[in-house]
Design a protein around this ligand. Structure first.
Ligand code: ACM
Ligand code: ZN
Length: 759
């Protein structure tokens, strides 16, 4: 948003010999950075000169952080000739800074605490790796692109202990991120002490132990089951977190989600649900199935006084001017039939339940505003009248629903699920812990440009910034969470801070390595998925073309085809491999002859259909004859999905007449994601591609189809030997809706095949 005077930048460029300069890698990339040869050594006992209290606060935090990293003990001093000098320039924007390192020492100029803090983070990241006390000669002038640079942490699905939240704050603040949005309440746990309603944490913070199952497979609790899993922050804990964050220029934004995602609160106070709910309400350990529909009753006055009581304490506790009221994914099945909700609609002249949510959110928003705070909410708030002044987070798909709010003049933040949801896979899925949906790789995030050319004039000015959102459904430990967050948060920070149009993937990766060194020093677990290989194997004219790709630009891919582990002497992969018969390809990435990522093992099978053409409307059907079997990850790019109410079919062209007596189809069951067998599969054979004869058919009962679990079946069709077969047609019919007792009740079921094998 803000720019430091250009004249200053030019002066910097001309004052130092750029051609001779060494590389300095700082994340996020500074607006202007000029380096020179040489470095300044910060010995123990070196002083930091400060001349006011704000500078002193920042310097104290830095002294402790720098000591933790380098072992060097810096000292605060009143001597103007100190090694590090902090100088206030009130004309500068609060987050901007200038930093100069030369043989005279280190001078930092900023207008406020934030600017000094960010300068010191740049200093920290620029320090040597071998010699952590050496700061390279350089001159920086820097300021952020966006005012909102955020991380959302879902502490409801996984309750992260206070100390670990603080460590995440340390790691995000090093990246100059400045907002931590805490998702404090959801169906799976209420995480904040509210003194007026103690049951919220006595009951709502605890759930049954279903850790052995994946989140999406977990069954709802039964009444009376023990609830040992959970935890919550007392208000004193939260004050500590807030104070820790404040020292690192991070603002904590609390989210109290309503009217949905409220099973934990309603487990504690069930009378606040619609009276039409006739089931036991418990804190959900997983997805919740039909119970996810249990939300606050919009017709019950006590719901509003209850939520207002909560807002009273939240507004008092959090210094942030924002309170996030959620508003996402409210299924209105009960509101449709609840007499109280219906009476409310009548009374308010509301004709659609969606507007009833508008009423609910507007009423709560007014209350929040009466406390002097600004309301934030998810983009579902644009489905009805948006509360006045509310700031909207665009999350669904590419986040574009937020633009509806922008059109009406609302400020907004982009956290599109398709790019900035850190719950999604960060690399080749075969190596990753199971999670939801597709990939948001480090590079995908780094390449994100939030401002689109299609935007109407004015939208850009309303965009406050971006946020990486970490939902913790699949996490059972802090390590599981940080593994998903890092290193991708560094890419989020770069998008949020760095000047538009200044993307440099190779440079980013170098700077990232420096940052990871700091995570190592802090013992923070992060992913190395960026070193893993994503294969693409496609059938082309009777052979398989195998591509092996790694998103790190600085690695060499080596491979073997004799089943041995690739090492630094193995063949180097360059373009693509042509495979003509059964083999095992093993590949891995290397830097300076050191193996980096995990070994990718591809067992390429071969049968009469392998590498043959598939004729179909569905382009991913090409995968069906590529010789590579799918994994249990339903979105690993090896499964072809049908999500349709109609019969579907595809044809394999064997390209010449063959004698065959068996067809095998690989079929996935992934209960949690609603992937099941179709209700029937038929195999038709033809010589000419026009006249087909059905030779085999399998039909499956509902019990066989809607089984729980995650497994792959080879569905086999044996039949009398047939000659002169060139075309094989596979027809399948869907299994209809998932049944009522399913964890995804009433949703259209889907089926997925990985391979058709012909013998
Ligand atoms: C959301 O992902 N439900 C905001
Ligand atoms: Zn109701």
């Amino acid at each position: 948003m803000k720019k430091i005077g250009y004249a200053i930048a030019l002066a910097i460029v001309s004052s130092l010999g750029g051609a001779m300069a060494q590389n300095v890698n700082i994340l996020p990339a500074p607006e202007q950075l000029v380096t020179d040869n040489g470095s300044y050594t910060l010995n123990s006992g070196a002083g930091i000169y400060v001349d006011n209290k704000l500078q002193r606060n920042v310097a104290e935090t830095f002294i402790s952080d720098y000591r933790g990293f380098s072992g060097v003990n810096l000292e605060m001093t009143g001597k103007k000739g100190a090694s590090i000098r902090l100088v206030t320039d009130k004309t500068m924007e609060p987050e901007a800074y200038r930093l100069k390192v030369d043989s005279d020492g280190i001078t930092i100029v900023a207008g406020a605490e934030n600017g000094f803090f960010y300068a010191l983070q740049s200093l920290r990241l620029a320090a040597g790796v071998e010699h952590k006390d050496e700061i390279p000669f350089m001159e920086i002038s820097d300021s952020p692109r966006f005012e909102y640079r955020g991380l959302m942490l879902d502490v409801s699905r996984f309750f992260m202990p206070k100390e670990d939240v603080m460590k995440v704050i340390d790691c995000m603040s090093m990246l100059k991120l400045n907002k931590l949005h805490l998702h404090l309440t959801d169906d799976n746990g209420w995480r904040l002490e509210i003194k007026k309603y103690p049951k919220l944490t006595e009951v709502g913070a605890w759930r049954v132990n279903r850790k052995q199952e994946l989140f999406c497979d977990r069954r709802n609790p039964l009444p009376g089951e023990p609830t040992p899993i959970g935890g919550f922050y007392t208000q004193e804990d939260m004050k500590e977190i807030i104070a820790h964050a404040q020292k690192r220029c991070v603002e904590i934004i609390p989210e109290i989600d309503m009217p949905a995602h409220s099973n934990a609160a309603l487990a504690a106070y069930p009378h606040l649900a619609c009276p039409t709910v006739d089931k036991f309400i418990g804190v959900l350990p997983g997805l919740g199935g039909a119970n996810a529909d249990i939300i606050y009753c919009a017709g019950n006055e006590e719901v509003f006084s209850f939520l207002q009581g909560i807002v009273d304490e939240v507004a008092e506790l959090f210094p942030s001017k924002y309170i996030h009221l959620g508003g996402d994914e409210a299924w209105k099945t009960h509101w449709e039939k609840c007499p109280k909700c219906q009476a409310r609609m009548k009374e308010e002249g509301i004709t659609h339940v969606e507007e009833l949510q508008g009423y609910f959110m507007a009423r709560m928003s007014k209350y929040v505003q009466s406390k002097g705070k600004t309301v934030m909410g998810w983009d579902e708030l644009t489905n009805s009248t948006i509360p006045e002044g509310a700031i909207i987070y665009g999350w669904q798909g590419m986040g574009n629903a937020a633009l509806k709010a922008a059109k009406l003049g609302h400020k907004f933040i982009m956290t599109p699920a398709r790019l900035l949801y850190l719950i999604r896979y960060q690399g080749p899925q075969w190596f990753e812990p199971t999670t939801y949906f597709g990939n948001n790789t480090l590079k995908d995030i780094y390449m994100y440009e939030p401002v689109q050319s299609s935007w109407e004039e004015g939208y850009e000015n309303l965009l406050m910034g971006i946020q990486g959102s970490m939902w913790t459904e699949f996490c059972n430990s802090t390590q599981d969470v940080t593994y998903q967050i890092f290193p991708r948060l560094a890419a989020v920070a770069d998008v949020a801070w760095t000047t538009k149009g200044k993307k440099d993937w190779v440079g980013f990766v170098k700077s990232l390595d420096k940052y990871l060194y700091h995570l190592d020093a802090k013992g923070v677990i992060y992913s190395e998925a960026m070193y893993n290989i994503q294969h693409k194997c496609s059938a082309e004219n009777g052979v398989l073309n195998l591509q092996l790709e790694c998103e790190r630009p600085d690695v060499v891919v080596r491979y073997t085809i004799d089943g041995t582990e690739p090492d630094s002497n193995s063949e180097i992969y360059s373009d693509f491999l042509t495979v003509k018969n059964e083999c095992t390809v093993k590949s891995a990435t290397f830097v300076n002859n050191r193996k980096m990522g995990k070994t990718l093992t591809l067992d390429l099978g071969w049968n009469k259909a392998t590498a043959k053409k598939v004729i179909s409307k569905n382009i991913t059907d090409k995968l069906l004859t590529n010789g590579v079997r799918g994994s249990l990850k339903q979105s690993d790019f090896e499964w072809t999905e049908w999500y349709t109410k109609d019969e579907s079919s595809f044809v394999v062209d064997l390209e010449e007449a063959n004698t065959i007596d068996k067809v095998v189809i690989g079929c996935l069951t992934n209960y949690g994601m609603g992937v099941h067998k179709p209700s029937s599969i038929s195999i038709d054979l033809s010589e000419d591609g026009k006249n087909y004869t059905c030779v085999a058919e399998r039909k499956f009962s509902k019990d066989e189809i809607f089984k729980e679990g995650n497994y792959i079946e080879n569905i086999t069709f044996d039949f009398e030997k047939c000659d002169k077969v060139r075309y094989i047609r596979v027809r399948a019919t869907d299994a209809g809706m998932n049944p009522e007792n399913h964890l995804r009740p009433g949703q259209q079921s889907r089926y997925r095949f990985d391979e058709i094998m012909v013998f």
